[in-house]
Design a protein around this ligand. Sequence first.
Ligand code: C2E
Ligand code: MG
Ligand code: MG
Length: 522
Amino acid sequence: MGSCLCGQSASTGKVIFTSAMDASHEVNYEGIGAHGHYCVPVKVEGRVIGVINLYVEEGHERTALEEDFLVSAANTLSGIIERKRMEEKLEYMANNDALTGLPNRVLFFDRLGHEIKSSTRYGYMLGVLYIDIDNFKLINDTMGHDAGDRLIKSIADRLLKSIRESDTVSRMSGDEFTVILSNVSNVNQIEIVSNKLLTALKEPYDVNGQAHTLTASIGISVFPSDSSSAGELLKHADTAMSHAKNAGKDICMLFNPEMDETLNKRIALEKELRLAIERDELVVHYQPQIDISTGRIIGAEALVRWQHPQKGLLYPDKFITIAEDTGLIIPLGEQVLYKSCKQNIAWQNEGLPPIIVAVNVSTTQISWNYDLADMVFDVLDKTKMPPGYLELEITESFCMQNVDSTVSMLHRFNARGIQVAIDDFGTGYSSLSYLKHLPFKKLKVDRSFVNEITRNQDDLTIVKTIIDMSHNLRLKVIAEGVETAEQLEILRALGCDEVQGYLFSKPVTAEKFAALLKDEGG
Ligand code: C2E
Ligand code: MG
Ligand code: MG
């Protein structure tokens, strides 16, 4: 039996005509008598994917012409196959996201276009979901981009697993995904799927060996009621997503036309805020913090206001979120800190009793890849305020980002003698036993508990527990939002150290605050 000896040159990486002949080849084609063959391998991207055989009559002497023919046929063939594969690869790259393999924006629009056409024909509805992971930037900045990439892949997997095969999940950019829900018969169905996605995304992820949870905000637009244009459907879903973010995140929201107007107003406000920071339209008001046992003012919480040239005095609820979303919180936070420290020193220079100024720090101030501690130290140097007169109020969620950088920043503050207080305590989910590992001096009980303390037994118990446990951990407790004498008496009975609220004073201008301090002195 003759064995085929062709194709031996694969390892050289070149297509070489093989010298092997098989004089007694077993395949007998009709019309071909006793024969042999010789062959060349066909290689694609360095690998042999087949051979071209030239069958010859027995005894045939091969010619140089035949060899050339065979080699060029093999070369042409591998060229064609390579080009085809390259085209497929390029097409895949043009249509799919490299990290997750999901359809990208281009393919999303292509699919949405098709879905719109077929839904129009069959009278179905479509849901377009715009999904944005909440605070993803923080993960990237604090855990590194590799961890961020792995998380994005897990998110993509979960989205895919939570929808039907006929639906499309795409990755639009960074932490933004879209989903096309096809063949839908009512809006309720779309909302059910959206909520299912939110739930699926909330399951803990393993990031560098640590369990990490995250949330997302989803905006929904519906074909045909919101639009029948693919571009508009996406835009509307995106708008609804921004509204979901502003409404506190971790929810889904259906688009409605009024949202566009709100969004335009927001964009305008952002521009104005940028100018306001440059034009120094931000002012700081101060609210006294009182030692409950002596009744004396021991501190001032600095609260920012915007003296808007047309709209009058604007409160933080009108602009802090915009500042956080746009990064303007960085220059804003720095200005407030600078003004507050300068003011505190000015009061001391006036001979007023020295007090601590408490400045709010937003969680997003650390998420803009920015060294908060450097900024704080710099402001203290510039204003020459001793660090002991500064307290930073940070929220519970800030502390929950138990990443090394956050913890080391808190220690840096502590080492400099800057006090750190946890604001709005009780609204997050941190336990006191967890917080005891972090260098805090003070805990601020959220206004919502104080508000109900005289009416609601549960709130009373919570406040009592917070105060007792804090004292065990040698933390001071301040209650915010004290409005009535009754609330004050209960807090006093519970052993609360400090209070702040309208009962004593609303936040006031620096001049009025100086008058309050003067009254004390006299
Ligand atoms: P916060 O830090 O919890 O500040 C306390 C808020 O409660 C202030 O509202 C204050 O005016 C209000 N308040 C104080 N006492 C009472 C009371 O007895 N009853 C009631 N109903 N409210 C009381 P404001 O000034 O509107 O500030 C709201 C939030 O905006 C602050 O909450 C803080 O989170 C944020 N904020 C204010 N200034 C700044 C700032 O400079 N930087 C940052 N990042 N956030 C700021
Ligand atoms: Mg505060
Ligand atoms: Mg607060």
